[in-house]
Design a protein around this ligand. Structure first.
Ligand SMILES: [Fe+2]
Ligand SMILES: [Fe+2]
Length: 470
């Protein structure tokens, strides 16, 4: 397999620079003649070889999209679609569905053999081979290498990632229960697989986000926490005044933690100004009623809300919707919503708590970096059995499919925006100032910020309401 430096210098020898996407594509193809063919087909005068120069990497979206509702349509996570939790057997079909669907995303890039077939012949000790598996355990060895146990429907295999190999940084981020592909060779005794390449389901390099064909803007917010004594009332009022005047904005998306809830953490009652859960929701209903009725308001729950914690979380039940305006659309967590054809995947973000602890260098200060890790895994909550409860079902609703234009999360109370392979990642901050718990944890939130998403350009802008002059 060619290493990155080799690829870059092969191009450089012909006075060409090469973009990281093209380097990744060449490595995945593992075709020795590919570089020469790309160089031969690159038009004269090109300085940087980008995906646009390669026919196989042509952007796949054609710019048209069938819209049942030209404005706002819930594509996944519509009310009452979450299955109720049945018995333990469901986990078997849940994980099988996860394995099968995530494997499909990798099949164009590697040709996997079943694990059972690996050990049946001696040829894979000599010749490179690929397989796909779900990670059952992952640990560091005494030498600082990574030992991962992988499982498919036919068997299990121990896989060693050597720290001196290129791409080891990605191996260090392997999480339990994620589905990965590996290429490498089998040990002489057939007990260990030496990996030299790690492949993830990932966003295709050819992904081209859809853009609305007409003007339209949405405001994205999260974590309002009504009922808490740290809810920022004045800032919210300024937000309402601003939003009322912005006639170009047609949608408001709220990504969970609508209210602070009751009994969510020890001693919470001392920090509540509204101690009744119904009253908390009623207050939010009054606040949303003050907004212009041209807005379509999409509301999904979070871990402070009244519904079950296990994901997918059902929509807020009708009993808590008293006094809400008619223009509210109640969805589950997660939910995929189409705004003028632009698909926004809303996910509250409970799994940040798990992923931040396991990915080297990850921090609450940069939720957008973790969102990129979700996209690479095509999964919103890869690891099972930690702080993110997952309700099993026949299908895994936490798989990221189709690829959205925008991934919207909340939960960490810190605004963050980044783009990865065409997908715009937005963490929408909070409307609550620093809580006693956050002070203890040294977490500094970015409260009272709203993110405006332009559906035509797919550009996002942060508007700050913390200061009166905003
Ligand atoms: Fe929150
Ligand atoms: Fe939360």
């Amino acid at each position: 397999m060619l290493c990155e430096d080799e690829i870059v210098s092969r191009f450089f020898a012909t006075r060409l620079f090469v973009s990281p996407e093209v380097v990744a594509y060449i490595r995945e193809q593992d075709d020795p003649g590919l570089i020469d063919r790309i160089i031969a087909e690159t038009p004269r005068g090109t300085v940087v070889v980008s995906p646009a120069c390669i026919p196989a990497l042509k952007k796949v979206r054609d710019g048209t999209r069938f819209l049942a509702d030209p404005t706002c349509e819930v594509l996944q996570g519509m009310e009452n679609s979450a299955e109720s939790i049945r018995d333990f057997e469901e986990y078997v079909s849940y994980f099988r569905n996860r394995f099968t669907r995530l494997s499909t995303f990798m099949r164009g890039r590697i040709q996997p053999v079943p694990i059972e077939a690996l050990v049946r012949t001696g040829r894979y000790q000599e010749e490179a081979v690929s397989f796909i598996g779900m990670v059952s355990t992952v640990r560091s060895t005494a030498n600082g290498n990574k030992m991962v146990e992988m499982e498919d429907t036919t068997g299990t295999m121990r896989v060693l990632f050597n720290k001196s190999r290129e791409g080891f940084a990605e191996a260090e981020k392997i999480l339990p229960d994620e589905v990965i592909g590996v290429r490498g060779k089998l040990s002489q005794d057939g007990n260990i697989f030496f990996a030299d390449t790690l492949v993830r389901p990932d966003i295709p390099l050819s992904n081209a986000p859809y853009r609305s064909d007409r003007p339209g803007r949405a405001v994205l917010i999260s974590d309002i926490h009504i009922g808490s004594n740290t809810f920022l009332e004045d800032e919210w009022r300024r937000f309402v005044d601003w939003l009322s005047a912005r006639e170009d904005i047609g949608y408001l998306l709220i990504a969970g933690d609508l209210v602070d809830g009751i009994g969510i953490y020890p001693g919470q009652d001392k920090e509540l100004v509204i101690k009744n859960i119904y009253r908390q929701y009623e207050t939010l209903g009054e606040m949303l009623s003050a907004l212009p009725d041209r807005l379509k308001i999409v509301i999904s729950p979070g871990n402070h809300d009244v519904v079950r914690g296990a994901e997918p979380q059902p929509a807020i039940p009708p009993a808590f919707r008293n006094g809400y305006p008619e223009n509210c659309i109640w969805v589950e967590n997660p939910a995929l919503v189409s705004l003028q054809g632009v698909r926004v995947l809303m996910y509250h973000g409970r799994s940040f708590d798990d992923m931040i602890g396991m990915i080297p260098g990850a921090s609450y200060r940069h939720p957008e970096e973790i969102m990129e890790e979700m996209l690479k895994r095509r999964h919103l909550a890869p690891t099972f059995g930690l702080r993110t409860p997952i309700a099993p079902g026949k299908k895994d609703p936490l798989i990221i499919d189709p690829v959205p234009e925008v991934l919207l999360t909340g939960h960490v109370h810190i605004t963050g925006i980044k783009r990865y392979r065409g997908v715009l990642m937005i963490n929408a901050g909070t409307w609550q100032s620093q809580t006693a718990f956050q002070k203890q944890m040294n977490t500094v939130p970015t409260p009272a910020q709203a993110v405006v998403l332009d559906l035509q350009s797919l550009e996002a802008e942060i508007v700050d309401f913390l200061k009166p002059e905003a």
